[in-house]
Design a protein around this ligand. Structure first.
Ligand code: ACO
Length: 363
């Protein structure tokens, strides 16, 4: 039977580390508050966000400084020194190298980012261009934190049907560029961060190793749970000074609502995946949940009676990197020897939309 197997993984995070203490010099928060509610101790951010935070921490009037940054950029400059496609490229190059294949040998690229380089063309194409490829099909998924799981499911179908033989699936995020790091944005700014993870999938015949099943869902009736209007036809014109002045450009989140939905949907989709494969928790060697908040993962593990040591977590070091979080965990778990040949790994993610899903694979 033809199936898709992961033959290489990779990740990339920017070098700048922002701990909770630096954030508490910018806004009214504390290491204790953030660790207790989320489990996050530090996160990686782009060089631009890092420079901005160092300046904000020293600024006597933080609101005025942040407003100036939103109005004029940092020191009047609005071009980023690192974009999301740069991170995607770095993670992809590592995955390709580990797979022993070149970008030219890819049949397709599926990329997922919440905040793209540009509204259009999409980041899959930008990434493809950075590889110097001129005809490989490239997709972009906007499934938020669930993007990588949706990408894996799509890639698996392309491979099973025989359309493609080798596909790069990437989840990359540069979320720190969106937030107001004063009190006004503190509910979201402490959670999200930057990073990328990638896998190379290849068609294999026979054997047990490879992707087994995917379970995808979305619920578009709760759009306000987690949303960003940044640019879009929900306003006319799609982008205007008025939109920015009314603060409708920035992301918004109902933290409690997201928390409750996330726990419920994780429970359901893990149950669905296990049932579809006639397995139970004891059959799974490792659970990789999207790293939004350690309390969400603890609640799901408790409800499903998953021993916590069977979960792989790094939210403490990277915060919530949305579409990048599952592939970063997968890469780290592999490198750290947490996944061995023959292991069953169940990955699940939940995010904006809401959109959520689970994928099961045998390593
Ligand atoms: N520091 C200090 N106080 C803060 C901060 C902060 N960074 N952010 C918000 N607060 C304040 C709020 O203003 C509120 O104050 P008020 O009561 O005076 O209005 C208060 O803290 C809320 O405190 P709690 O009720 O204790 O907060 P809660 O336990 O709900 O935790 C949190 C908040 C962490 C946002 C939680 O709801 C959560 O994690 N929700 C899930 C959000 C999430 O994971 N989103 C990620 C995107 S979706 C996904 O990836 C799954």
């Amino acid at each position: 039977m033809r199936r898709a197997k992961i033959i290489g993984t990779g990740m990339a995070v920017p070098p700048a580390v922002v701990d909770n203490h630096l954030l508490s010099r910018c806004m009214n928060t504390s290491d204790e508050w953030i660790v207790q509610r989320t489990g996050i101790k530090e996160r990686r951010v782009s060089p631009d966000t890092y420079r901005m935070l160092l300046r904000l921490a020293e600024a006597p009037d933080k609101v005025a400084f942040m407003k100036q940054v939103f109005d004029q950029g940092l020191d009047g400059v609005i071009d980023s020194t690192l974009t999301v496609s740069d991170l995607a490229l770095e993670a992809s190059q590592m995955a390709l190298e580990r797979a022993g294949v070149t970008a030219r040998e890819l049949d397709c690229i599926i990329e997922s980012s919440t905040v793209p380089d540009f509204a259009y063309p999409h980041t899959g194409c930008v990434l493809q261009g950075k590889f110097g490829l001129t005809s490989t099909p490239a997709f972009n998924l906007q499934q938020g934190c669930a993007g990588f799981i949706y990408g894996l499911a799509m890639a698996d179908q392309f491979i099973r049907t025989g359309l493609y033989g080798r596909i790069l699936v990437v989840g990359a995020e540069l979320l720190s560029s969106m937030f107001d790091y004063t009190d006004r944005g503190r509910d979201m700014a402490v959670l999200f961060a930057d990073g990328a993870g990638a896998v190379v999938l290849q068609a294999v015949e026979g054997g047990e190793s490879g992707l087994i099943s995917h379970h995808l869902h979305s619920d578009g009736t709760v759009l306000d749970g987690l949303a960003g209007e940044i640019y879009g036809s929900s306003t006319y014109p799609a982008i205007s000074k008025k939109k920015i002045d009314e603060d409708r450009g920035r992301p918004r989140m109902n933290g409690r609502q997201v928390f409750v939905h996330a726990v419920r949907r994780f429970r359901e989709v893990v149950g669905e995946c296990l049932e579809a494969n006639r397995m139970d928790v004891a059959d799974i060697d490792l659970f990789i949940f999207h790293q939004a908040n350690i309390r969400i993962i603890e609640a799901v593990a408790e409800a499903l009676k998953i021993p916590f040591e069977k979960t792989y977590n790094n939210v403490e070091r990277y915060g919530n990197t949305a579409a990048a979080s599952v592939p970063i965990c997968l890469h780290e778990a592999l490198m750290g020897g947490r996944i061995k040949e023959g292991d069953l790994v169940l990955m699940a993610a939940f995010g904006t939309g809401f959109a959520w899903g689970a994928s099961l694979l045998r390593w």
